[in-house]
Design a protein around this ligand. Sequence first.
Ligand code: KIV
Length: 297
Amino acid sequence: MSNSQQSVSAPRARTVPAVRSRKVADGGDPLVMVTAYDAPGARIADEAGVDLILVGDSLAMVVLGYEDTLQVTIDDMAHHTAAVARAKPSALIVGDLPWLSYHVSTEDTVRNAAALIRAGAQCVKLEGGRKRLPMIEALVAAEIPVMGHLGLTPQSVNAMGGFKVQGKQTEAALELVAEAKALAHAGCFALVLEGVPDVVAAMVTAAVDVPTIGIGAGPHCDGQVLVYHDLLGIEDRVAPKFVRRYADQKADAVAAMAAYADDVRTGRFPSDAESYHVSDEVAESLELYGSTPPPGA
Ligand code: KIV
């Protein structure tokens, strides 16, 4: 199959109700989600035909250079959500609630989620299981659609003792299924499953009537999500095994910058065609002042 045949896209789900009903078991196409953090990224994702753009708090690590996701604030997230929204993508924009923006009180949670909605998100995502039920219910009551996030939840990096695959033992796997059911029951319209064994993701997917979107969760989810910079190879650091790189943009960008530097240093840039000129008449009169090179020099 050629690339152009492959890129013929499935009908897109751009609304929350449309996403909510996209179960592969019911004949739906898998959902495609990718992160983006700015307008050009959103345009690239949208032109590629993704269903959902997640303005993820991975922003902290892949754009802002932090070691974990705990460093970004609701203001950071709103700033980047607004940049994505300005691209007016037809993909659904999911705003990620950062750490501590939904942990203190339901009032705080709704106010922070509203900041992302007002910045242009159509729904929000938050991490965690049963502990989050009051917050999820408050958001749903405020008409803010919520996507859940279970398994390896990066905002719990300190509590988990590192970025570790979750649900590997029987009890933990069954607990994950129970948490997923509780989140769906509370009104989450979709669930991200991160860093869980494939069979556990399959069990969760079969147990809930909302779509699961996996990252490091195997092929049996109702969709997949990857981080923009990982997918495009914008960084060359060692990536987790679930990352598939579809481009090597870091190497391409370094080669392009090096070529530019070489052209500047050797006088090949800018060329005559890349320079602005005055008319011959003006050039001649300027020559009288002795400070301009003759035309064409
Ligand atoms: O912030 C993020 O990029 C995420 C994805 C890994 C799901 O939450």
